[in-house]
Design a protein around this ligand. Structure first.
Ligand code: AMP
Ligand code: MG
Length: 349
């Protein structure tokens, strides 16, 4: 398949967005920017579009897609039993990086929801995303626009790299603002539950809700319990090389990473370190990448996936990464890092 490539800066760049909307209406699939990461969109009400998305990404078909809307009134077209708490969250965080799970209406095909009777819904704030969803008829199913298992794309080039020849169009709107996927909150139980941490933190949710739970598997998956968001069970965001997270006090971490990198270098491996501005001068490796200052977690979140891709571009075979506190946005950053490392963590003492 030939993949069309269109640059688009804003919602008022309407020709490319209209073209993309026509493709979606006809059952095609298009990568497009959102404020979190790029999505690979298809018509959420068309089961064939969902099948195409799974095939293009190489994604297991039990891993449901998030349905994106661009008008608050469209929520009740696809979701049943919308609780008051959800309306309050929508009021506070939509449009924005929050996904909520509801019981689905019949018109949402099981192909879109990976066979589940629930549907995940998000109203993104990115103007290009909103315009495209409107052009496509209002309901766009979109997982992240990467090959399954790879880091999520944060610019149009990442999408082309993974999906050229596999999708109908890449709509390139430049770098995204947030860089981590949306926070997913299950609204179908008695207490709202975070199934995937994201830019909207538990603390943010608690400014609106009385109570919020966190799916325990986000913090630790040691007991073998399956996460409630099916997608969270897969190794994800992973660079091709071996990646090890090193936790502990800063000084001990630097020492441990230096030792491990030196040993891997002696074995002839191409080495890399993922660190922060505070420590980047301490390392010698083939590729030392700082995610930014520890004082600026939002910058670290924004750059993380792109840096993981840079290790692949440089064919790095052995990567050591520093870790972060799991408070606030740190929970989402560490969740992605742990998945990228496939659970490989050592403690520096
Ligand atoms: P992605 O689109 O790549 O951000 O992945 C979407 C995420 O949402 C995956 O982790 C899915 O498992 C999760 N998800 C989507 N729909 C549901 C649902 N109905 N119930 C639970 N998790 C969901
Ligand atoms: Mg994804």
């Amino acid at each position: 398949m030939k993949t069309l490539y269109r640059e688009v800066n804003q919602a008022w760049d309407s020709a490319a967005i209209e073209e993309a909307g026509r493709i979606l209406k006809k059952g095609g699939i298009v990568a497009f920017p959102t404020e979190t990461v790029y999505g690979l969109g298809g018509d959420a009400l068309n089961p064939d579009s969902a099948k195409k998305i799974y095939a293009a990404k190489g994604r297991p078909s039990d891993n449901p897609l998030i349905v994106h809307i661009c008008r608050m009134e469209d929520l009740s077209e696809i979701a049943e039993e919308i609780p008051a708490g959800a309306l309050a969250l929508a009021e506070a965080f939509w449009p924005g990086p929050l996904t909520m799970i509801f019981h689905k209406k019949k018109r949402v095909p099981l192909e879109t929801t990976g066979g589940l009777s629930t549907v995940a819904v998000r109203f993104p704030s990115h103007p290009v995303a909103q315009a495209l969803i409107g052009e496509a008829g209002g309901f766009v199913a979109a997982p992240s626009a990467n090959l399954s298992g790879k880091p999520s794309p944060t610019n149009g080039k990442h999408c082309l790299h993974d999906l050229n020849g596999r999708v109908d169009m890449v709509l390139d709107g430049g770098e995204v603002g947030i860089g981590l996927e949306s926070t997913i909150v299950d609204m179908t139980g008695p207490v709202p539950e975070i199934l995937r941490p994201g830019f909207v933190t538990k603390e943010d949710l608690l400014t609106v809700l009385k109570e919020v739970r966190i799916d325990g598997t986000i913090i630790s998956d040691k007991d073998g319990t399956a996460p409630k968001a099916p997608g969270m069970k897969y190794r994800h965001y992973a660079p091709a090389g071996t990646m090890i997270l090193v936790e502990g006090e800063q000084e001990a971490v630097v020492k441990k990473i230096r030792e491990m990198i030196a040993a891997a270098g002696k074995e002839g491996k191409k080495t890399g370190v993922l660190c922060t501005d505070e420590t980047k001068e301490c390392y010698q490796a083939d590729l030392v990448l700082s995610a930014g200052s520890r004082k600026n977690e939002e910058e670290i979140a924004r750059r993380l996936f792109s840096l993981l891709r840079t290790f692949d571009e440089e064919n790095t075979e052995f990567i050591c990464a520093e870790t972060f506190s799991e408070e606030r946005l740190g929970l989402a950053i560490m969740n992605r890092l742990k998945k990228a490392a496939g659970g490989n963590t050592v403690r520096a003492t």
